[in-house]
Design a protein around this ligand. Structure first.
Ligand SMILES: [Fe+2]
Length: 503
């Protein structure tokens, strides 16, 4: 009998999770200094990158950015100026152009009365490429835990970028989903002002700042940048009578996301980046691009035209999956794509079987092996994507892999993780591994010969000090064998020396 997400929660007593947390800490003191929300970069191309910062301003204020070749700021490459405006909450985004491909840069902002910390970023490589390393994360919940994963990623100069698969913030009121750290605003986010203040609170976290200062960010949203289990038409907890029109809330949340995130295109979040000849990273928007709400009944569930992404996004995805100019196609995705009968979560692709069938068909036909990277579940997964005639014993018939990253800090859905793992594995032959207890991230190490996922987990995110993450399992897939094969869990390494971190 399939165990639903809700049943899994109930069976494992997940409601107890938040009540076990220590009492709410007082809010941190207001950030001080002009650049108290740090700096960030994101969405590089081979010749440009988005640089971000924020100033608290009551009127427009000009600031400068300086871009260097070295962390000591001796070799100035270029300068540019931008304006912090109250109409954008003081958030500044600059698209710095004219850069060299595959190059690491250091940058800082200068206001009239202050200089920001130094950030480090890099442009996308072009041409033949021997290696790419990405940190893959999701579900950073400020109220539920400390951002040890961000801290650890900040301390790894060997990574190329951080891919955040959504739930970069949570919209809930204080105590509704974690009570470890006090939120701002304390209530549920509904208005533009609310979402802006929530992003600002998250960005006062020094571990989040450190990670975004050291690595370019490739971020997409999921539901909690808006509201739990959001779709085109609303969200289960959104009452238009008391909370106002859904479209107003979506517009406010969307605007705040684009102000606070170093993303390039403010018209949509689904986009693709090419990493030399090694990989194309396709980032999806399964949440806010015409997603149909949860099905009403079985007939509705199986409708051919039921969509988790718009027709246009589906066509765009299918087209990109057919490209043969790269060795691997990576799909950064919010919610689990693999059929998951032991869970049957209708908020994931399981709720959209017809459209999933078409996407799996395109994955099967793809000339490049496909690696799907997924967040949302607050636990770790390694799946074969099963094709026709899939055999779990030999893994023949696997058409690709899906690797699910645990949360940065959102609590596990299972209070009896071992039992949850047993039930999920028993009910899903193509699920090769799951870990339901710990927070963590996936380190993706790509080489021409293979794609490798390392599942790194952290013992405890509810205390300010944490032991370093442990590598728990490693999996690989290749062009010749598109299955998810477990390999020795020894940490992969960067070829050569890592570029120095920003000081
Ligand atoms: Fe989440």
């Amino acid at each position: 009998m399939p165990l639903g997400r809700r049943e899994l929660l109930r069976a494992s007593g997940a409601a107890a999770v938040t009540s076990l947390l220590p009492a709410c800490e007082p809010p941190p003191p207001p950030p001080s200094g002009r650049f108290a929300w740090g700096v960030a970069s994101g969405d590089p191309t081979p010749r440009s990158v988005i640089l971000w910062t924020r100033l608290a301003v009551s009127e427009a204020e000009t600031l400068e950015v300086e871009l260097f070749d070295d962390p000591e700021a001796r070799r100035l490459v270029t300068t540019a100026s931008a304006t912090a405006e109250p109409s954008r909450d003081g958030c500044v985004k600059l698209d710095v152009e004219g850069l060299a491909p595959g190059h690491v840069y250091y940058y800082r902002f200068r206001a009239l009365d202050g200089v920001s910390p130094m950030g480090r970023t890099r442009t996308l490589p072009e041409g033949p490429l021997a290696q790419v390393r990405l940190g893959v994360v999701s579900c950073s919940n400020y109220a539920a835990g400390f951002f040890h994963v961000y801290r650890h990623l900040a301390d790894r100069p060997d990574l190329w970028a951080i891919v955040h698969l959504g739930d970069t913030i949570y919209e809930y009121a204080d105590g509704e989903y974690g009570a470890l750290r006090a939120l701002d605003p304390p209530g549920l986010c509904l208005s533009l002002e609310d979402y802006r203040r929530r992003h600002a609170r998250y960005r006062t976290d020094l571990d989040a700042q450190a990670a975004l200062r050291q690595h370019p960010l490739l971020a997409v949203w999921d539901d909690h940048e808006f509201a739990n289990n959001a779709s085109r038409d609303g969200a289960p907890g959104h009452d238009p009578v008391t909370m106002g029109p859904w479209s107003d809330r979506v517009a406010a949340a969307r605007r705040a996301f684009f102000e606070w995130m170093p993303v390039r295109d403010e018209t949509r979040v689904h986009r693709a980046l090419v990493l030399g000849d090694l990989a194309r990273l396709i980032l999806l928007d399964t949440r806010m691009d015409e997603r149909d709400p949860a099905p009403l009944d079985v007939a509705d569930w199986n409708r051919e035209d039921r969509r988790i992404v718009s027709d246009a996004q589906e066509r765009w995805l299918v087209d990109l999956l057919s490209e043969s100019d790269v060795r691997y196609t990576l799909v950064g995705n919010q919610v689990l794509l693999a059929p998951f009968p032991a869970m049957n979560n209708v908020d994931a692709w399981d709720g959209y079987p017809a459209q999933r069938g078409r996407v799996l068909g395109a994955i099967e036909a793809s000339p490049a092996p496909v690696v799907v990277l997924t967040g949302d579940t607050h636990s770790s997964y390694a799946f074969d994507l099963p094709g026709p005639g899939y055999d779990a014993a030999t893994q023949r018939g696997a058409i690709g892999v899906e690797w699910g990253a645990s949360a940065i800090s959102s609590p596990t859905l299972a209070s009896d993780p071992r039992e949850a793992e047993r039930v999920l594995l028993a009910g899903t032959p193509h699920l090769r591994f799951t870990e339901q207890e710990h927070r963590g991230f996936v380190l993706l190490d790509l080489r021409p010969a293979r794609a490798r996922a390392e599942l790194w987990l952290i013992d405890d995110v509810t205390t300010p000090d944490a032991a370093p993450p442990r590598l728990v399992r490693a999996f690989e897939t290749t062009a010749a064998d598109r299955a998810c094969r477990e390999v020795d869990a020894t940490p992969s390494r960067l070829d050569g020396a890592a570029p120095p971190p920003a000081p």
